[in-house]
Design a protein around this ligand. Structure first.
Ligand code: ATP
Ligand code: MG
Length: 332
């Protein structure tokens, strides 16, 4: 059976982008057809300015939401990254495998570094090295596939490069993983700025639909989505990004092809209304289940404890092998 790993950072409240680009596929497909690990990757949330209490709260909330969305702990391993030491143990070895230049080229590093600088917050060294930690997250488990949104493709490429390089230098240790993307919804854009992706850590919430937004909030945000001025409704991501994004969201929620859907509408108003209702319907059961699970933190805590134990047992032997392969003397 294929092994897959994927993660979500507790840098903000989970968004529709996270759901359509990642979580929904984990729930509906991956947990059934693969041996899957899903992690709230909290160490990655420390790479940008953060509030400790908020990260702790968002970590529990993200884990609760993953279960609310339908991850079944009997079918997959759900855990918090910092509960399993193997991630940071391996990350250091991979820092000794990666080159400075290849990390500085990462698009997300450039974007997030300039955002941090603009906010006068300074750029943390961990922001530069976090793709190496992500490679460790993936490689520690012998992962075959990493189901991610489009924004993460470059990072999975790095994990591949590091696996190949490590194997060549020190002998075969790691499986070389590959990224897989959803058919639709791989890149949900900000409703107020359809040229940038909808990201949970972004400053302005007006263009971001959160999984826990109530129905009226979703309707308001989708209703105010920025569209273009053309009178004909055609699907064109480059020229008409706002419209294309709404069509993508509608298609991702309800099935169908965004190009065909474009032909079915003659007004922006009708399209927005249908898109909003489709999102409301999609999120309603997740919100309801989240409320139930949030009132039982002991259950969620138990799932995470068991998940971390399983994850540790899976990662440990491979990371130990890597320690020996790279030249470290095993403890006597
Ligand atoms: P941040 O704002 O901190 O970068 P994020 O919302 O981009 O957070 P991540 O935790 O980095 O979310 O990513 C979790 C998963 O969600 C990844 O698989 C990522 O590819 C996917 N994802 C994130 N944003 C989108 C989006 N706008 N559309 C589709 N998939 C997305
Ligand atoms: Mg992002």
């Amino acid at each position: 059976m294929k092994r897959i790993f994927s993660g979500i950072k507790p840098t903000g409240h989970l968004t529709l982008g996270n759901y359509l680009g990642a979580v929904r596929r984990w729930v509906e497909e991956e947990q059934y057809r693969t041996d899957a690990l899903f992690s709230v990757v909290d160490l990655h949330a420390l790479t940008v300015h953060h509030d400790p209490a908020r990260v702790r709260r968002l970590t529990l909330q993200a884990a609760t939401l993953l279960l609310a969305a339908g991850l079944d702990p009997a079918r997959c391993t759900v855990f918090v990254q910092s509960h399993v030491d193997e991630h940071t143990r391996l990350s250091y070895l991979l820092e000794c495998t990666a080159a400075d230049g290849e990390l500085r080229r990462m698009i997300q590093y450039r974007e997030k570094a300039s955002r941090a600088e603009a906010a006068g917050q300074g750029v943390r060294l961990s922001l530069l090295t976090c793709p190496v930690l992500m490679a460790a997250d993936i490689l520690a488990y012998g992962t075959d596939e990493v189901p991610v949104g489009e924004d993460r493709t470059q990072h999975v490429e790095l994990a591949r490069d590091l696996a190949v390089r490590f194997n060549r230098r020190y002998g075969h240790t790691f499986t070389v993983p590959r990224a897989t993307r959803p058919r639709v919804g791989a890149r949900v854009m900000d409703l107020q700025d359809p040229t940038s992706t909808m990201g949970k850590s972004h400053a302005s919430p007006a263009g971001i639909v959160h999984l826990l937004d109530d129905a009226d909030t979703v309707r308001r945000k989708v209703g105010r989505a920025v569209t273009d001025s053309g009178s004909e409704l055609v699907y064109d991501r480059a020229e008409r990004p706002g419209l294309a994004n709404l069509l993508d969201v509608l298609a991702a929620c309800g099935g169908g092809d965004p190009r065909d859907l474009a032909g079915a509408y003659t007004s922006y108003g009708a399209l927005k209304k249908d898109a909003a209702e489709a999102v409301v319907e999609l999120l309603a059961p997740v919100r309801k289940r989240h409320a139930e699970l949030a009132s039982d933190p002991a259950y969620v805590g138990g799932v995470l404890r068991e998940g971390a134990e399983r994850a540790r047992a899976m990662a440990r032997p491979r990371v130990d092998t890597a320690y020996r392969a790279i030249g470290l003397l095993p403890p006597g």
